[in-house]
Write a protein that binds this ligand. Structure first.
Ligand code: GAL
Length: 685
């Protein structure tokens, strides 16, 4: 990870960013509250604030009449106190006057009705009026604050999402299709439109609401990403022109399914995530939710591997939209924040600095509560965390080094999700990723996560669960990866369709991968959820797996063509067919999981994969399940983040070596105790 190539980029420089969304525009009638904010910011150890995310109606209460005096004052105070500002473009919420005067900026819904004005994140992506208004306000902001010492980053809009079916957006969709396919014949073939007599004879006939052609549905998702990317690029034009030395980012939402974040990230200078984990400290399975969050952190670190990333939003207390609205237990806040830093984050910010008195988020956790001062547990926990952050500065700029890559791909996910007949409901794509990731996380094996179009040739192991669609060149690169000595792990529903969602013919996985895996699959049996089938590992198998494995509701009906069966089904009409195979191909190995295995079986399988491939753990030590160890290092500096995501205290047996606790400065050796939800950061000396 290098620092940002922007003279005024604040991420990854002299501070780990700490602070959050600050909405002084809601408090302009309370000058004493604003004064108090600046006193409290120092007390809380906060140093960075996102300003003006939803402030458009206060900047431009009347068309073309701008008022920035309050922002001038706040920016100046920020600079005076040494804070930095992530200044937002306000397009996430359009002013009422604008939406009423120019109805075209409001979205049209699936029923063809123009939406009422209200809420947020609901402007039309194509409206020339909205684009002009956005350019005007963004130009005002850029020109006014171009040289302001507090300005450190641009926060573009807020959590882009959603779609619009107005005539302008539909026309743009039709143009996009024409560019992509060139001819209606090509489109008709790609989408198999003979089905239900859907052959198109004009671009304008293509209605994105028709879900009967899954090729169309997949392209609509691609189009939405293109549309949002084009809107983002439009938004940043005046900022780039005026402040080329200030980086631009936008806040993403984990693995939100509506946009291909990997593609959007290519337009951004750095990526930022909003994370509100639902850690329940009364749940003995807490570690599984923690591992799922770690997976997302690894994904974010890898969007732009040579750039730092950050949490743009998180919550120091309970989030109002979670049921139940449980207050965060002691230790958990620090654990959540350090978890992201362990995975490479260089900033942890909150939504939000101060709770509003009204509006639907008034009971959402914030650093400053309605009591309005520092005398509550949330404020104290934020201030305590800030003291820890201060000691973590040496970690800035260090990297995570992984030898295992997971392929997480939005287009693959969409292709799988838009098809009827795939068991893709209830977030199955993400859940499957998390199940496969868990054994690596438990072993403290660093993992990179990125999409299948990226180069994975330098890794020792590639895990590609549910690689349903093969994007151009992916099969060839997987083949060459294995040939040259890599270990590839894939599952049922691999290599089924091409990029237009047309099925490969002649047995799966397609595009020559049958040869790589030494198996071919004729179909999948998807049984009721809750189905459990016990299988015996074949004795003496070359993966060294012993005893029972448990298969759940999904089974590929696979046939061996050179692979070794590690386990076979013992029942049903396909008894005897392989459920798990390994195939030596060239210098490497391709492992095919025909069955959906339970987590204990995945522990055995991935444990064997990791040890046979000789992948490195962050720390060679023994510790109980629930403990996570992440490592960051660079140029001889190495740090370990040890965290206990369990409801019981845990011990980590440190190996020989010299370890210093970064926060207390004390040395650590022997058996290190971590309380439930406790964290420790060690410098390896
Ligand atoms: C985010 C959003 C914030 C706030 C927060 C509440 O998704 O960006 O503005 O609404 O959720 O959790």
């Amino acid at each position: 990870m290098s620092t940002l190539p922007f003279a005024r980029g604040i991420l990854g420089k002299d501070r780990i960013l700490h602070g959050g969304d600050y909405n002084p525009d809601q408090w302009l009638d309370y000058p004493e509250v604003l004064d108090e904010d600046f006193r409290l910011m120092k007390l809380a150890g906060c140093n960075t604030f996102s300003l003006g995310i939803f402030a458009w109606s206060s900047y431009e209460a009347e068309e073309g009449k701008y008022t920035f005096e309050w922002l001038d004052a706040i920016m100046d105070r920020m600079a005076r106190d040494g804070h930095k500002v992530i200044l937002a473009t306000p397009s996430g919420a359009k002013p009422n006057w604008m939406a009423h005067k120019y109805p075209e900026i409001r979205r049209v819904n699936e029923q063809g009705l123009r939406e009422f004005q209200g809420h947020r994140h609901n402007h039309c992506w194509s409206s020339p009026v909205y684009r002009r208004k956005v350019t005007a306000i963004n130009t005002q902001l850029a020109e006014r604050y171009r040289d302001h010492p507090a300005l450190g980053m641009w926060h573009i809009s807020n959590e882009y999402s959603g779609h619009c079916y107005c005539d302008l957006c539909l026309a743009s969709w039709h143009r996009w299709l024409e560019d992509r396919y060139g001819s209606l014949d090509a489109l008709n073939h790609a989408w198999w439109t003979g089905f239900w007599s859907h052959r198109f004879t004009a671009w304008s006939e293509v209605d994105p609401r028709d879900t009967s052609m899954d090729g169309l549905s997949l392209d609509w998702m691609r189009f939405l990403t293109w549309q949002v990317k084009s809107f983002f690029l439009h938004e940043i034009e005046p900022l780039r022109a005026t402040t080329p030395d200030v980086p631009c980012t936008a806040n993403f939402m984990g693995t939100f399914g509506g946009l291909n974040y990997a593609e959007l990230a290519t337009a951004m200078d750095l990526v930022a995530d909003d994370q509100y984990p639902a850690y329940d400290t009364s749940n003995p399975d807490l570690a599984r939710s923690a591992a799922a969050v770690s997976f997302k952190h690894d994904l974010y670190r890898c969007f732009k591997p040579d750039r730092p990333w950050m949490l743009m939003e998180s919550c120091p207390d309970a989030t109002n939209w979670r049921e139940p609205r449980r207050l965060k237990r002691p230790g958990l806040h620090e654990a959540e924040m350090l978890q992201s830093i362990g995975h490479g984050a260089e900033g942890t910010l909150y939504f939000q600095w101060r709770k509003g008195r009204g509006g639907c988020e008034k009971f959402h956790g914030a650093v400053v509560d309605h009591i309005g001062n520092e005398n509550n547990f949330v404020f104290r926990r934020v201030a305590d965390y800030a003291k820890i952050l201060d000691k973590l500065k040496p970690v800035l700029g260090t990297d995570v080094h992984a030898e295992v890559a997971f392929l997480y791909d939005w287009e693959v996910r969409w292709a799988w999700e838009v098809c009827a007949g795939t068991p893709s409901g209830n977030g199955a794509y993400d859940k499957t990723m998390h199940d496969h990731y868990l054994p690596f996380w438990e072993a403290g094996i660093p993992v990179d996560v990125f999409d299948s179009s990226r180069d994975f040739s330098s890794y020792k192991v590639v895990v590609a669960p549910l690689l349903f669609m093969l994007k151009p060149g992916v099969a060839e690169r997987l083949r060459s990866f294995v040939e040259k000595g890599g270990t590839l792990v894939a599952t049922y529903f691999t290599g089924i369709v091409d990029p237009t969602n047309l099925c490969f013919m002649g047995g799966w996985p397609g595009e020559g991968l049958k040869e790589v895996f030494g198996v071919w699959c004729e179909d999948h049996d998807v049984q009721n959820s809750g189905t459990v089938r016990s299988l015996n590992a074949v004795s003496g198998n070359s993966l060294g797996i012993e005893g029972d494995l448990t298969a759940l509701e999904i089974s590929a009906l696979a046939h061996e063509e050179g692979a070794e069966a590690v386990a076979r089904y013992a029942d049903d009409f396909y008894a005897g067919t392989p459920a798990l195979t390994v195939h030596t191909f060239g210098q490497g190995k391709a492992i095919y999981l025909g069955a959906k295995f339970d987590v204990d079986s995945l522990r055995k399988i991935h444990g064997s994969v990791a040890s046979q491939a000789g992948v490195r753990r962050a720390l060679e030590a023994s510790y109980p399940r629930g403990v996570a160890v992440q490592g960051r290092e660079k140029d001889g500096r190495a740090y370990l983040f040890l965290q206990n995501f369990s409801v019981e205290p845990a011990k980590v047996d440190l190996p020989a070596g010299s370890f210093r606790r970064l926060v207390s400065g004390e040395m650590a050796s022997g058996s290190l105790e971590l309380p439930a939800c406790g964290s420790e950061v060690l410098a390896v000396e």
